[in-house]
Design a protein around this ligand. Structure first.
Ligand SMILES: NC(=O)c1ccc[n+]([C@@H]2O[C@H](COP(=O)([O-])OP(=O)(O)OC[C@H]3O[C@@H](n4cnc5c(N)ncnc54)[C@H](OP(=O)(O)O)[C@@H]3O)[C@@H](O)[C@H]2O)c1
Length: 345
């Protein structure tokens, strides 16, 4: 099999291809012949050596990647839900940048008939993240006012779809004007913060504040996101991409001075203030949820039921050749992309 390996943390030049023996599925595992791999911003952070769960669970060298789609090649003892040859998508929790991957049975599902393999590879991570944020933590209800930062991105568009499905009033925020169109089809209010004053516009659209705000920017918006919660509101924190400032030479390495400054500028929330203001701050990271198969199972099943009912749809994808993974990382880190990026093996 071919896989992408990172020997040591660093820039795009650390992403190298290697050929090794195929893995064999152990009991309860499924071996997938991978056709498409979803790319996530977390993979870029892992490449830089700053992703905590990658350091804790994998170490170096590292094969990043959380999700794949392809065909079942072989099944281990006790596997009963899929057969050899079936089209499946899976959450792998690392090691997905490869053309063969073994995953535990509960982390994969059959692909809905009309979805392409690229669309399927782009589904598990962002939709499970959005589901966990809005349903497991946010308890989203019809009529809720929901603000979604980075709404045109991978997780962002999944959040928009799930919030619309839940009959919430959605405001999406984007950082570049060319992204506005990708959200129009969802019938939501959009704030283009490159042209509009984000917080006065948010205040105009929700004068009493928001019931839910999904924020993965980190220090640039967290404090104001908290201030714009309605009483009883919840701030859902699931990432910190605003901390990643490009290095000056565009090599994809960590810009340490800017990173350290961002760390100091990240707000610390006070439980005393949260209690008297009736505002909650909730954080999570799915890559630390591998020990909770019940959560992944519930989320996956719920999402695929909604997909079957036509309430949610695969995200728009931009594809890259497997060996052009560096371009996919560079583009994702540029902050210009919309929807999902997918590698085709
Ligand atoms: N906690 C979890 O379990 C979990 C799971 C999956 C993803 N995540 C997090 O969710 C976020 C979105 O991930 P994604 O893969 O779907 O990426 P994405 O949203 O498709 O792309 C990142 C977007 O972030 C915004 N951004 C702001 N500052 C940025 C910077 N300095 N560098 C690059 N982008 C910047 C840009 O949009 P705008 O300029 O339009 O805002 C950019 O398009 C990431 O922070 C990721 O780590 C968390």
């Amino acid at each position: 099999m071919r896989r992408i390996r990172i020997e040591r943390p660093g820039g795009y030049d650390r992403l190298t291809m290697e050929t090794v023996a195929d893995p064999e599925p152990g009991p309860g595992e499924v071996l997938i012949r991978v056709a498409a791999v979803g790319v996530n911003f977390a993979d870029c952070i892992a490449r830089m050596g700053l992703y905590k769960s990658a350091r804790e669970f994998e170490g170096w060298p590292l094969t990043p990647g959380f999700e794949v789609a392809g065909e079942v090649m072989a099944v281990g003892e006790g596997v009963s839900t899929v057969k050899v040859g079936e089209r499946v998508m899976a959450l792998s929790l690392f090691n997905a940048y490869a053309d063969r991957v073994c995953v535990p049975e509960h982390q994969l599902r059959s692909i809905p008939e009309h979805w392409s393999l690229a669309e399927a590879a782009a589904f598990p991570t962002v939709f499970l993240t959005a589901w966990y944020a809005l349903h497991a933590l946010g308890d989203i209800q019809p009529g809720h006012r929901v603000l979604i930062h980075s709404a045109a991105g991978g997780v962002g568009q999944a959040l928009v779809q799930l919030a619309r499905r839940a009959a919430a009033h959605v405001v999406g925020v984007v950082g570049r004007s060319h992204k506005v169109d990708s959200l129009k089809a969802h019938g939501i209010d959009v704030i283009d913060k490159s042209r509009q004053a984000l917080w006065s516009e948010a205040g105009r659209l929700a004068p009493d504040g928001f019931d839910l705000i999904a924020d993965a920017n980190g220090y640039p918006t967290l404090k104001q996101s908290y201030r714009h919660l309605a009483p009883g509101g919840r701030l859902l924190v699931y990432g910190f991409h605003g901390m990643f400032h490009p290095d000056r030479r565009g090599r994809g390495r960590v810009n340490w001075p800017a990173m350290i400054a961002s760390w100091f500028r990240t707000p610390r929330f006070s439980p005393l203030a949260m209690t008297s203001e009736n505002r909650a701050v909730m954080g999570f990271n799915l890559s630390f949820m591998g020990h909770r198969p019940d959560v992944l199972r519930t989320g996956f099943d719920q999402l695929l039921q909604w997909a079957a009912e036509g309430d949610i749809h695969p995200l728009p994808v931009t594809t890259y050749a497997f060996d052009d993974v560096a371009s996919a990382h560079r583009d994702l880190e540029s902050g210009q992309t919309t929807g999902k990026l997918v590698l085709l093996t």
